[in-house]
Design a protein around this ligand. Structure first.
Ligand code: PHE
Length: 337
């Protein structure tokens, strides 16, 4: 019996040296410790011995069992680790430094967009949307910009097909909403727009917020009041603004709204080209010709409209001098907001 146990031990020791996979180890455990394994068989054979021999032999069998258990346990850790590594699985290596979860946040343009929307919602405006791929009719024609009108040159247009463009402004949403609904109306339309243009203050794609209010006796006074409240909320109460006469085919009269330069506070700097003022948006009273396209009676209804560039506002708000930074997705830039 003692010799047999010694043979089992040697047999086990040599076999465990060759084990490389969890499956082989499992087989080895069954062969030695399983119900029909050699340790169990040896214990059964004990019955044939006298009580004194039983005790001595039993101790040897237990030693062997402990020896086998210990080595299998040690081997199991080694085999598991190498099989994990081979599978490239997510083995847990306690010696590696921890991986930090990085908090994301909204893009600065989205943040400014949401801020603007909240201000207008507070003034009773609803939020509308329109398609970015737009027909010539909505982008130009119905906004009183006929085919050969010089105003078409103001906006370098990306053409998708003959009569299909990437919208150059959010103004076509004015037409789409007016076609669908009767006045009174009061909504904004935020969204992406496209122009074939690229330098420090222009990118081929940028964002605008359009605004339209149509009601009985809407006046230029309402436009001034809304712009006042809006720009003071964005840039602070101390910010002066001024209206300059301008031209858009779809508004009359038209104005460009400037704010006092927030970089130099009106003293004159590079950003405001030494004028102390920066242009911030276009606006005006809806041209009666536009009402003609959507079947509103210009004798009964008047409207105000405005359109502003989100990037421009974000640049002034945060003192950013290159619009392209918004679209490069450099985290060193984006993390600052
Ligand atoms: N759509 C004009 C632009 O993109 C802005 C504008 C909108 C002007 C509404 C007047 C009224 O330049």
């Amino acid at each position: 019996m003692l010799e047999k146990l010694e043979l089992h031990r040697r047999d086990f020791d040599s076999r465990i040296g060759n084990v490389t996979t969890p499956d082989q180890l499992k087989q080895l455990r069954t062969d030695f410790l399983g119900k029909k394994g050699c340790v169990s068989l040896a214990l059964k054979e004990l019955r044939e011995f006298s009580p004194g021999e039983k005790r001595a032999l039993g101790k040897h069998i237990n030693d062997l069992k402990e020896h086998i258990e210990l080595l299998i346990q040690e081997k199991s850790a080694v085999v598991q680790e190498s099989s994990d590594r081979a599978a490239g699985s997510d083995a847990f290596d306690l010696s590696l430094p921890g991986r930090r979860e990085m908090d994301g946040h909204l893009h600065p343009i989205t943040q400014v967009m949401e801020e603007l929307i909240a201000i207008f919602v507070g003034l009773g405006f609803s939020v509308e949307e329109g398609p970015e791929i737009e027909s010539d009719y909505y982008n130009f024609e119905a906004l009183n910009i006929p085919k050969d009108h010089p105003a078409r040159d103001m906006q370098d247009t990306f053409y998708v097909e003959d009569e299909v463009v990437l919208r150059t402004h959010t103004s076509p949403v004015q037409i789409r909403v007016m076609e669908k609904r009767k006045p009174p109306l009061r909504f904004i339309a935020p969204g992406r727009v496209y122009r074939c243009d690229s330098d420090v203050s222009h990118t081929p794609q940028f964002h605008q917020v359009e605004g339209l209010m149509v009601d009985r006796s809407v006046s230029f006074g309402h436009l001034k009041g809304i712009m006042d409240i809006f720009l003071h909320q964005v840039f602070g109460k101390q910010t002066a603004l001024r209206f300059r006469p301008s031209f858009f085919p779809f508004t009359c009269p038209s104005a460009e709204v400037d704010i006092q330069c927030v970089i130099c506070l009106g003293k004159g700097c590079r950003v405001c080209k030494q004028t102390g003022w920066v242009e911030i948006l276009g606006a005006g009273m809806v041209d009666p010709a536009v009402f003609g396209f959507v079947g509103y009676d210009p004798e009964e209804w008047t409207g105000l409209a405005f359109g502003l560039g989100i990037e421009r506002i974000a640049m002034l708000k945060y003192g950013i001098n290159d619009i392209r930074l918004f679209f490069e997705n450099d985290l060193r830039f984006l993390r600052q907001f």
